[in-house]
Write a protein that binds this ligand. Structure first.
Ligand SMILES: [Zn+2]
Ligand SMILES: [Zn+2]
Length: 308
């Protein structure tokens, strides 16, 4: 079986990133609709470069495990285009769940928080990527697809296309697409909601390429023009230092878990972000409930929990 030599899409796309960021900057210049902050963009670019490097350093280990598992696969899918399409759809479903876990489990959030740490939402925010996904074990969730019979090279290729798809949706320059497109695809509007800290927008729109997963699993929240998105993380980071951006949540977990019982430590590791052993902090579910208590008239609307 000959394995096609797939290009590394996310590296190939670098010139496209540069040109489109310049175009977006130009749009911002003329319309005022896009905001860039030099320190913030520089930090995002350093995070993006570091993430590519971390990916290259860990690719060998992930590849070895994946290829070993592929030797023990259940079925054999080929390299024909229809299998690539199937692999892309399944891998996008895999992305939805790993991304959702990335927000619901603090161990995984420690890696993913990097992507949400900017208070801006522009194309450079897309490049603000983690350096530590290997330790957060995001790649493990792809292994069931390998075991099923999809070749690791095909899945890596599909994952690359998915990442590049997600790049262009990080913009305020585009408001809405036609309804049919917004219904099926992840778009700038849907992903703005994902990056927003407004209580009603928290923990929504985890999609990679197809927003249908959020509609299917009950996490879809549409953008409401009456409520503009406030971007970032609930407790703002207040730094542009790449090392602190990359590691602060891991350090936070280590600090929180020191001197506690095993059960309490586990709570800080696998509980939701904002969980605390003494109830002194708030999870996003707490924030949503509090918001609803203050605004009972919003009950039942998308993004608001039913019960106060
Ligand atoms: Zn996210
Ligand atoms: Zn994003």
């Amino acid at each position: 079986m000959e394995i096609p030599d797939y290009p590394n899409i996310s590296e190939w796309a670098v010139p496209f990133y540069i040109v489109t960021m310049l175009v977006e900057l130009g749009i911002g210049w003329f319309t005022g609709r896009v905001r860039y902050e030099t320190r913030d963009t520089l930090a995002s670019l350093v995070m993006g470069g570091g993430s590519l490097l971390a990916g290259a350093l860990t690719a060998g280990a992930i590849g070895t495990v994946s290829l070993w598992l592929y030797e023990h696969r259940l079925f054999t899918f080929g390299f024909e285009p229809w299998w690539i399409v199937l692999a892309f759809v399944l891998d996008d479903l895999r992305y939805y769940w790993v991304h959702r876990f990335g927000h619901e489990i603090r161990w995984l959030w420690a890696a993913h928080i990097v992507h949400h740490s900017s208070q801006h939402y522009n194309l450079s925010t897309a490049l603000r990527q983690t350096w530590t996904s290997f330790f957060a074990l995001w790649w493990v969730v792809r292994l069931p697809l390998v075991f099923l019979g999809l070749h690791p090279a095909v899945l890596a290729f599909c994952g690359g296309i998915n990442l590049v798809y997600q790049y262009w949706i990080h913009t305020e320059a585009i408001r809405r697409f036609p309804p049919w497109f917004e219904a099926i695809m992840n778009t700038p509007s849907h992903h703005r909601v994902h990056h927003a800290t407004n209580p009603r927008y928290l923990d929504a729109n985890y999609a990679g390429t197809f927003i249908v997963w959020d509609r299917l699993f009950g996490t879809f929240v549409p953008e409401d023009d009456a409520e503009p998105c406030r971007y970032g993380i609930v407790k703002s980071l207040g730094t542009f230092n790449p090392l602190r951006i990359a590691l602060h949540e891991w350090v936070g977990i280590a600090r929180d878990a020191t001197g506690l019982s095993l059960r309490q430590r586990l709570g800080y590791l696998i509980g939701p972000p904002g969980w605390s052993h003494d109830g002194s902090r708030k999870t996003s579910a707490d924030l949503k409930r509090e918001h609803l208590r203050r605004h009972p008239e919003e009950a039942g609307k998308p993004g608001r929990p039913e019960v106060a």
